[in-house]
Write a protein that binds this ligand. Structure first.
Ligand code: LLP
Length: 432
């Protein structure tokens, strides 16, 4: 099967693009001046547009682990999407952003492979729907919520992702209920008085069209094996986004059609309507996000020229974790004079040699072509709206970055930069 791609926009002039100082109508120098760096920016219009591409699906369930800022959750909710939660904390966020706890379809679904105690507590207290990824979850839920209704996350025995670490299918993955154990999981649920109202499969993140499409047949087969109690099927998330120029883009229409066709056949077999869900994280937010950093040192190490910026892998961990590629743009602090291109290595401030944004999986340093930079210029790291701030940490005792939502050309601070006192909040020196 050939891989459908979206019609390409004309490729912009890269040299001009590498120096552009505006994002979604806001001036990056003004952002740096008003809010400091490092700072994340999210473009609301891009998120809205990505949601609109998936409207064929009955339910768009946003996987908030990609970006769970309350303002992003609120935006997604206003656009009619529902939400996924993987922890008590994500349930708390969803409620704080205005998602109701209950409803049909379930506004919030807890999908995980375990209930830690706070999550089980939150699910029971608020009546949150659950998607069980292990037989133990079925028992624990039945104990807490007798007579309830669940869906099952099934591991279909195959998976795919942009990295081995984001492949969630197959027997090396901890995720889901093994496909051969579906019948015993259903029997377990029914034996405990629970009904199974849906099946769900998510094979990985950043998978390609062929692998994602294979899920459709497996998913419907699982639904048939559960039988007519099934009212919904979820295709999971994992839709890829183009990080590099020229990366293939998925055609959402073609993707929907693969699942819709399989869903319609299932409806005929079960004799009832079945709702079709999709659960994207990255697809909705990755391209909407940018990390603005300041260049603080430019130095040479033998044949390598390093730009060292004030954001590190504490802010954006994807390069060090997966060798992930993020496009970058230089924002000169003064003037727009043409600057020569250089082959450079871009690193951060952390006291750790892996703190490099230009690296391949395995830690091999690579070079990026960027205009000549001076201290005080800014560097914009792009396609940084997903798994960026949400995976950030305080390593090296660095406060987490500020976050800004840009709406109709106006920048709104939606998370204040952490303070130095935030870093030590809750810590105590025991009395002698
Ligand atoms: N549904 C389930 C059950 C998931 O486990 C995930 C992602 C998603 C949906 C959303 O996947 P997406 O559409 O965003 O690919 N930190 C990695 C990604 C880890 C994804 C974990 N689960 C990264 O930065 O690429």
């Amino acid at each position: 099967m050939s891989r459908p791609t979206r019609d390409r926009q004309p490729v912009p002039d890269r040299s001009g693009d590498l120096l552009r100082r505006e994002v979604a109508g806001v001036d990056l120098l003004e952002i740096a001046r008003d809010f400091g760096t490092p700072t994340y920016l999210y473009d609301a219009a891009t998120i809205r547009e990505r949601i609109s591409r998936l409207r064929d699906f009955d339910v768009i369930r946003y996987a908030q682990k990609a970006n769970s800022n309350l303002a992003v959750l609120d935006l997604v909710r206003r656009e009619g999407a529902l939400v996924d939660a993987v922890s008590a904390g994500e349930i708390h966020r969803a409620l704080a952003a205005g998602f109701p706890a209950t409803g049909s379809p379930a506004p919030i679904v807890y999908t995980a492979d375990i209930f830690d105690r706070p999550a089980l507590e939150a699910v029971a207290a608020h009546g949150i729907a659950v998607n069980c990824g292990s037989p133990d979850m079925i028992d624990q839920y039945a104990d807490r919520v007798p007579g309830g209704e669940i869906t099952l996350r099934i591991n279909p025995g195959f998976g795919h992702g942009h990295s081995r670490k984001t492949n969630t299918g197959g027997e090396h993955s901890k995720h889901g209920i093994w496909h051969e154990e579906l019948e015993s999981a259903v029997a377990r649920a029914r034996g405990r008085g629970l009904s199974v109202s849906g099946v769900h499969t998510h094979i990985g993140s950043g998978a390609d069209f062929e692998h994602l499409s294979r899920v459709a047949d497996s998913l419907m087969e699982f639904a048939r094996r559960v039988g007519p109690s099934v009212a919904s099927v979820s295709a999971g998330g994992g839709l890829p986004v183009p990080y590099r120029r020229g990366d293939p883009e998925i055609d959402p229409r073609a993707y929907f059609e693969v699942f819709d066709r399989a869903r319609r056949a299932l409806e005929r077999d079960l004799g009832r309507p079945v709702s079709l869900e999709i659960e994207p994280g990255r697809y909705l937010v990755a391209e909407a996000g940018f990390l603005l950093t300041e260049v603080r040192a430019v130095k040479r190490m033998g044949s390598n020229l390093f730009y060292l910026v004030d954001a590190g892998f504490n802010d954006l961990a994807r390069p060090v974790l997966y060798g992930a590629y993020h496009p970058m743009r230089l924002v000169p602090a003064t003037g727009e004079a043409p600057r020569e291109l250089r082959e450079v290595v871009v690193g951060g401030p952390l006291c750790e040699s892996g703190d490099i944004f230009t690296q391949e999986e395995g830690g091999f340093v690579r070079r990026e072509r960027l205009p000549e930079a001076r201290v005080g210029d800014f560097l914009l790291i792009e396609v940084a709206g997903a798994y960026a701030f949400t995976m950030s940490s305080n390593y090296n005792s660095r406060p987490r970055a500020a976050e800004i939502l840009v709406r109709e050309g106006k920048a709104h601070l939606v998370r204040a930069r952490e303070s130095l006192d935030d870093l030590i909040r809750g810590e105590v020196i025991p009395a002698d």
